[in-house]
Design a protein around this ligand. Sequence first.
Ligand SMILES: Nc1ncnc2c1ncn2[C@@H]1O[C@H](COP(=O)(O)OP(=O)(O)OP(=O)(O)O)[C@@H](O)[C@H]1O
Ligand SMILES: [Mg+2]
Length: 416
Amino acid sequence: MQIYCGIDFGTTNTVVSITGKNGSVIDSFSTPTILFINHEAHNISKIHIGAAALEQFENGRNGRYLHSIKRSLHDKHLKQTIINNQRVTLAQLVRYFLEELNKEITNKWGIIPHHIVLGRPVIFSPDKEEDELAESRLLEGFRMAGYKEITLLEEPVAAALCFESHLSDDDEHFLIVDLGGGTSDFTVVKRDVKKTGIDRYDILGIHGINMGGDHFDEDLMFAKISNPLGINATYSSKELPMPVHLYRTISRWNTIHPANKKKLDEEFRHLSYQSTDRDAVLKLKSVMTNNLSRKILHKVRDSKHELSESAETAIVFDEHELDIKENVTQSDFETIIDSRTRNITSNIDKILDQTGMKIEDMDKVILTGGSSQIAYMQKVIREIFTEKQIIIDNDLHNSVSKGLSSFAYYKGIKIT
Ligand SMILES: Nc1ncnc2c1ncn2[C@@H]1O[C@H](COP(=O)(O)OP(=O)(O)OP(=O)(O)O)[C@@H](O)[C@H]1O
Ligand SMILES: [Mg+2]
């Protein structure tokens, strides 16, 4: 069958695209990269992904909710977790996700791809060994899910194949800034309009960091939600401070292990003893024992998205009598994310140095990936480049996967 398939296994969203025999993209679909495994005695058979997983989680179904799996792939200390009394490795989590994704692919297009082009970030981790571990776990998960021939391509290189319509004839050099959920990637491309297809683009350099929109959610959660949960309280007659790591833990998307309720009961007996804010500390306990942190993170993420459109919003969460309502202004958000934003954008200098190019050499700068919608991120990029250089991708969730399926087409990697 003359169909070519690309899969962008993203931290936040997984996108699948197919390209047809004439080289144009036929279709794409996207599903959040989340997994919900219902609790059963000794079985892992009821698995939900994407919106269905979120629904199970939101409706309080009994099971394990896994988010941002891609961000944990490089973690050499994280070998497995126990689900339904079975040991489950990270590669198996990827596999479970993909087995459900495969059903969606077949339902939608009536195909079963065995040969694909799969995206990977420029780096999973700055540590080489961890980076290789992440890649091998990803590949193992795909192989276990039935994929036989997997060609890896860096995500921003794939994106480079999708922006032709944004460019004019005399645009020779362009920079792609892909701001995702867990990673931010940068690519400098030289374009030769006299050439066609994939030969038109010469990748001069790629660079990436493992930081993205997920981290903004986590910082916003930590900054705004820690206070109503008692971070400023003290406990015991010695007026000990609350352990900050608890607040960091609840602010993380990629928690893999479930809470140990017995241990928490013990810990909170100490933490609430002679507490200066017992109510708030018991709210923290409720968040931890009832596994509410990712529900709150979803609200925090919604607020972050609202701040891309409006000057002010609020994080509201009233389940389990938590009664949280925290206002967030654009200026609060800017202060919270300033150092990470500048850390991310400082990589523009690095990629330009690496390729021996200057800011003014870039005919176009294309912003893609969900986090490119953050108003402050755009503001900081506008401090670096002129309005004439900047293009904001209007298909920012699909560009990478479309590029992956185009690459499969150019390389003749048919799905079977
Ligand atoms: N309107 C918006 N405003 C701000 N951020 C947004 C908006 N829409 C999406 N995002 C953020 O974009 C990120 C997801 O982007 P994207 O789908 O490009 O990532 P990904 O491809 O899954 O991740 P990665 O490429 O890092 O593996 C999330 O952090 C999400 O909150
Ligand atoms: Mg991405």
